[in-house]
Design a protein around this ligand. Structure first.
Ligand code: GLU
Length: 280
């Protein structure tokens, strides 16, 4: 049986955790990124635009410096992000060029969502990039901002971006197939609420070298995105043709249905976003 979405999917935000970008030796997963670039091209042919929220700057920076262990102090991590961000964009540039596409680097931080003028500037810039048919590659601006380094590997940022650009679907890709229940079975249904079971099984936070964030911050992201009117799927980025198959409504991963579509004016939207990053 296929999934149903309440509106046609024209705009997708895809969040890639660090584990999707680099392997356990902190080297780029070129095959994985090339496969995603090909899928972006396939979706483009069908009139669907993809925006990536891509982590990976810190791990690539560590790889460039030939480190084998994640540093612990924040300034050192921020430096790794600054070193790796250029490599991250080069990678995206290469794989997208092979399928005839271009990319744009967009670095955001919480302050950009907090301040109304900056929020609107970010929205207008994103609209202009998407209008050009260029693929935005968004990351947190790790030089000045440390929220995602400390907590979430861009999970929450991806939900804020989905609401910033009114995405029709948010796909959170990592190395797990979805939300697992207590028997280690993937919950492949469509969920209207974060059930007590989901809340319990997602309580842990991963704290290993490459994969960051864990299910807890993903569920936080789901709450924001679905309240802002965007359905959300959590699944494994290495599944073959995962983006194309999701848009084709295949039941892959755990899907969370958006709350009743609210046509908010821009001020209520901005207030909603501000309240979510302040309170969660
Ligand atoms: N924005 C960071 C990055 O792209 C977050 C990930 C992390 O904390 O490792 O590397």
């Amino acid at each position: 049986m296929k999934r149903t979405f309440s509106r046609p999917i024209k705009r997708v935000v895809v969040k890639l955790g660090s584990s999707q970008i680099a392997d356990s030796r902190f080297k780029p997963k070129l095959g994985q990124l090339s496969a995603l670039a090909k899928q972006v091209k396939a979706l483009r042919r069908r009139g669907i635009g993809v925006t990536f929220v891509s982590s990976g700057a810190i791990v690539l920076g560590m790889g460039l410096l030939e480190e084998n262990k994640r540093p612990t102090d924040l300034a050192t991590l921020q430096a790794r992000a600054a070193i790796g961000q250029a490599a991250l964009m080069r990678l995206w540039g290469e794989v997208l060029k092979k399928v005839g596409l271009k990319c744009a680097q967009v670095l955001l931080s919480w302050d950009d969502f907090d301040d109304r003028v900056r929020f609107l500037n970010a929205r207008h810039t994103m609209e202009a990039i998407l209008k050009e048919g260029v693929v935005p590659i968004i990351n947190e601006n790790d030089t000045t901002s440390t929220e995602e380094i400390k907590f979430g590997d861009n999970d929450k940022l991806s939900a804020l971006v989905a609401s910033l650009i009114h995405a029709d679907l948010l796909v959170i890709l990592s190395d797990v197939k979805g939300v697992y229940d207590q028997d280690e079975t993937v919950l492949e249904g469509e969920y209207k609420e974060i059930t007590p079971l989901i809340q319990t099984v997602s309580a842990g936070t991963a704290n290993i070298q490459v994969a960051r964030g864990g299910m807890k911050t993903k569920i936080e992201a789901v709450k924001i995105a679905t309240h802002a009117g965007t359905p959300c799927v959590i699944t494994d980025g290495s599944i073959k043709d995962v983006l194309v198959r999701l848009v084709d409504k295949e039941r892959i991963g755990t899907c969370f249905i958006e709350k009743k579509d609210q046509l908010l004016d821009v001020d209520s939207e901005h207030e909603f976003i501000r309240s979510h990053f302040k309170n969660s």
